[in-house]
Structures are given as structure tokens and as C-alpha cells.
Design a protein around this ligand. Structure first.
Ligand SMILES: [Mn+2]
Length: 438
């Protein structure tokens, strides 16, 4: 922990020094955009204030390189422990000013002393978001997981495996309490690869009964996030395959259970923004795992493929918020796998893209949109959305960062810091090799 002072990106003076030569230009760009928005009756200061309040959680596991089904290619200076992962998350937050919380994953982030872990994070200016359980792989070296999850976990046919998975989720809640979290995210890989292998109805009922037991251990101010996924690792049927299954499960489990939308967990071309609207209608939207995809659960960086879709998701959220239909604020988290980039750079980029989509959604002229919708003017209704989406909000994002003491240009500041090279000097080199999606 005595190394904290040597992490240049978390040093406010370091960032201020890099910002100085950029300030005048950023101010001019901001003023110019402010004039343009004023002509649309939009107060840029209000938008900037909302953008400045927006935050998205970074996944602890996202700080290491992921992999494909075939191989993993680790880079130099990758985190070797959860303490390292928190340092990397703090770097991302320092530069973007938009990621003050970390979403940990157990047992990957398990430690004997959670108070020490929390203190380490707080010293670096970050806290903890939703905790994640992991019963989608075996943990053979772990005393609490002697049984295999090969054929499922919370919906397994064997009550002993279900009990083990339930106990693990409750352990995650306890760890999260020590870290200051307020939510548990459950995603299971349970499903089947062959027609006939699994009884759809019975597996779903076993899942619900198991999650009800987990929910019974939730503190009253916690929320349970149920995450659906269409396929993978199960390729014929998945127990919580879609938002419909997720909603039915959340309704059966009770008021503390809600549905989490991972953008990559749907069939290609599914209208995710409409799913968001439906979950808001049901009062069951938990939040998001942001990433992008072209073919499946690609886990590419948010906004890398389809930024318009990301904007449309935020359009639904802003619309619901303005109409007072969001009973609780959705939880925003990034969930990506970084195979060819420095994970810190990808997470910085994604946090900015998510913030950008939110800022663009704030610019939608909702009064005009409503009138065009009522009048069935499809062209002009679409133009309202396009006008907001095509507005370059970069000066708003840069100004929000600058006012917080973050970096006007986060990626450039990160590269200039030499942080990764410094990590390569003090962290052990990790072996590559085997496949495995993490
Ligand atoms: Mn996810």
C-alpha cells in the first residue's frame, strides 16, 4: 500500500499538469456547444451537471485480459491479486471521474480480511458495487466447493450441489456486506446441450426455490440482480434464457429481486431497448452489464460496434426517469472481456462511451418526440432521436471530467503516465496458454 503515492494517474497534480495545456481549447469547445444547445432551449450546464453525477461500476475481473474459447494472451504488468485489480480500477476512476465503484467477483476476489480490502480501496478513492457469485465453473482447490457444477448449480438435479451453490451465494452476500456493497448479481451457466437432457419446468422451479433461499439471507436494503443469457455455456437451453424467464423468476422471488440486462446476452438483432422499457413497466429493472457485440456474447468494449443502440437504451432510461417511472436508480456496470487491448484502456474508453450515450439521451427533445409520436409522424420522430444522437457531446464530457479533477483526455493521460510499464516492473509475469472465457 505504500506504493499508492507512486501511481501517477491517481495523483491529482499529475492530472492537473496534463490538463493545463488543454484547458483553453476545452473551454472554447464547451462554450461553442453551449451556444448551439441554447438555440435548442437546452441549458448545457444542466446537462453537464447530470453527466458529472453519472457513474458506472468497473468489474474487478475486467482489469485482466480475458480470452477466447481457444486461448488467452496476457500482457505485461497485469494484476496478480485483487489488491492489484483495485489499483487498476482506481486509475480508471482517477482519469475518467466516472467509475468510483468496483464490482467484485467471488471466489476470484476472495480474501481473508475484507476490512483490509475495503481500506485499500477507500485509500485509493473507490468503493464497491454489486458482488458477483460464480457457480459457472468449478473451484477444485476451494474447500467450500467440493462438488462439480458441470451439470448446473442453483438448478442442479442434486440437492447437495444446489445447497453448495446457495451457500456460496450467501457467502458472497456476507463478503459484500463487509465491503459496503448493496447488491448480489447471480448469473448461472445452468442449462442443457441436448434436447431431452433437462426438464425445462423442473429446472426452472429448482432455480426459483434456490434463489428464494439466497434471497432469505439478503439484508433488507440489498437487491438481488438476476442476469439472463440466451446461451453459452449451455447451447440448447439455458435455465434463465431471456428477460421473460428472468422476470418470472424475479416476481416469484419477491420485491428484492430484479432483472439485470447484459447487452450481449440476447439473440442478434433483439430489440434490447424495448426489453428495458418492459422491465421498467414491470418495476423490475435492476440495471445493466454494458458491453457491445456483433454476433453473440462478444464482450467487446461498450459502444465499439453499435453506439446507436447504447444511446437508445439510455433514451428509454432518461424517458422513464423524466416521467417518474424509475422507482429506483438502475445499477450500471461494465462487463467486458479484453483480448487485444490493455484492459485499463478499454475500460476507460467504455466508461466514456457509456457516459456519452447518456449525455446524448439527455438532449432528446421529448416534447417534440411525443407530438410526432401522437401524430404518427415517423420521419420527424426519428429525426428527433437522430438530432440528439449526432450531437457531439465530447465537450460536455471533457468539462465534466475537468471540473472533477479527472483528465480532459483520459487515454492520453494514461499512456503518458507509464503506469502499465511501472506495473510490469513490480508485478509477476502471467502465463498465457489455455482457453477459457472469464
Ligand atoms: Mn454480464
Amino acid at each position: 500500500m505504500n506504493q499508492i503515492s507512486h501511481i501517477r494517474p491517481v495523483d491529482r497534480d499529475y492530472r492537473a499538469g496534463l490538463n493545463r495545456p488543454l484547458e483553453a481549447e476545452a473551454a472554447r469547445d464547451y462554450e461553442f456547444l453551449g451556444e448551439k444547445l441554447a438555440r435548442r432551449d437546452i441549458d448545457i450546464e444542466q446537462v453537464t451537471a447530470q453527466v458529472a453525477r453519472f457513474s458506472v461500476a468497473v468489474p474487478s475481473w475486467g482489469t485482466g485480459t480475458g480470452g477466447t474459447r481457444f486461448a488467452r494472451f496476457p500482457g505485461d504488468g497485469e494484476p496478480a491479486s485483487v489488491f492489484d485489480r483495485i489499483e487498476d480500477c482506481a486509475v480508471i476512476n482517477s482519469l475518467t471521474g466516472a467509475t468510483p465503484t468496483i464490482s467484485p467477483h467471488f471466489p476470484w476476489d476472495e480474501v481473508p480480511d475484507y476490512a483490509a480490502l475495503r481500506a485499500h480501496a477507500e485509500a485509493l478513492g473507490v468503493g464497491f458495487d454489486a458482488v458477483n457469485s460464480n457457480t459457472f465453473q468449478d473451484h477444485p482447490a476451494h474447500a467450500a466447493h467440493p462438488l462439480s457444477y458441470k451439470f448446473g448449480s442453483l438448478s442442479h438435479t442434486d440437492p447437495a450441489v444446489r445447497a453448495q451453490a446457495i451457500a456460496h451465494n450467501i457467502d458472497c452476500i456476507r463478503a459484500g456486506e463487509a465491503l459496503g456493497s448493496k447488491a448480489l448479481t447471480i448469473w448461472i451457466g445452468d442449462g442443457s446441450n441436448f434436447p431431452g437432457q433437462s426438464h425445462f419446468g423442473q429446472a426452472f422451479e429448482r432455480y426459483i426455490a434456490s434463489v428464494q433461499q439466497v434471497a432469505a439471507s439478503l439484508p433488507p436494503d440489498w437487491t438481488l440482480f438476476l442476469e439472463h443469457k440466451i446461451h453459452e455455456p449451455a447451447f440448447y437451453s439455458t435455465v434463465i434464457q431471456d428477460w421473460g424467464s428472468s422476470l418470472l423468476a424475479a416476481q416469484a422471488v419477491g420485491p428484492q429481486a430484479r432483472c439485470l440486462v447484459d447487452l450481449g446476452h440476447h439473440a442478434p438483432n433483439v430489440n434490447i431497448e424495448m426489453i428495458v422499457a418492459r422491465l421498467i413497466h414491470a418495476g423490475k429493472l435492476a440495471g445493466f452489464h454494458f458491453n457491445d457485440s456483433k454476433y453473440g456474447d462478444d464482450d467487446l468494449d461498450a459502444g465499439a460496434i453499435d453506439p446507436f443502440r447504447l444511446f437508445l437504451v439510455f433514451h428509454e432510461l432518461v424517458d422513464a426517469e423524466r416521467a417518474g417511472r424509475l422507482d429506483v436508480a438502475p445499477a450500471y456496470m461494465i462487463d467486458q472481456s479484453h483480448n487485444v487491448t490493455d484492459p485499463i484502456e478499454s475500460l476507460i474508453s467504455s466508461a466514456i462511451e457509456i457516459q456519452r450515450a447518456y449525455a446524448q439521451a439527455l438532449l432528446v427533445d421529448r416534447m417534440a418526440l411525443s407530438e410526432y409520436q401522437e401524430g404518427n409522424d415517423a420521419m420527424m420522430a426519428n429525426q428527433v432521436l437522430k438530432r440528439a444522437f449526432t450531437t457531439d457531446v465530447a465537450p460536455i464530457l471533457a468539462t465534466a471530467r475537468f471540473r472533477k479533477g479527472a483528465a480532459i483526455e483520459p487515454l492520453a493521460a494514461y499512456r503518458a503516465s507509464g503506469y502499465r510499464q511501472a506495473c510490469a516492473g513490480r508485478r509477476p509475469k502471467r502465463a498465457g496458454g489455455g482457453g477459457g472465457i472469464v
